[in-house]
Design a protein around this ligand. Structure first.
Ligand code: ZN
Length: 130
């Protein structure tokens, strides 16, 4: 395991604090994207993004069927962010997923209840329409 110098690209032993060639300080290695961070950085999570997409789907078509999973995923992602298991970059997505999922579920339930009530009202009043 060697660390390249950021100034002269000399390869130095992993335990070296200063470059063998130019003596400039060698910081921690930048995490290489293909292997994930070696420093125990939180692994990127897709839950926030999935939650966001589900919330949008819930709003445009499926109501509770997508809204409830969106809210659950958003909640789980917010929990992961709070515990440092997920990067905070996804926090807005998780928030939108959670509240968007809840909002679209509630809206669809209200819409459904209104629809049923209107149907019942028209069914009750229909005998007198003749
Ligand atoms: Zn160097």
């Amino acid at each position: 395991m060697t660390k390249p110098c950021s100034k002269c690209h000399q390869l130095n032993p992993a335990e070296a604090a200063f470059c063998l060639n130019c003596a400039s300080p060698i910081g921690p290695i930048a995490p290489s994207p293909q292997f994930g961070g070696p420093t125990g950085a939180p692994t990127p999570s897709q839950k926030g993004l999935i939650s966001l997409i589900l919330a949008i789907v819930a709003l445009v078509c499926c109501g509770p069927f997508a809204g409830i999973p969106a809210a659950i995923l958003g909640w789980m992602e917010l929990d992961s962010i709070k515990n440092g298991r997920s990067p905070a970059d996804n926090k807005w997505m998780a928030m939108v997923g959670l509240w968007g999922g809840i909002a679209s579920t509630v809206l669809h339930i209200i819409g459904y209840v209104l629809y049923v009530m209107l149907g019942m009202l028209s069914a009750m009043s229909s005998p007198y329409d003749y």
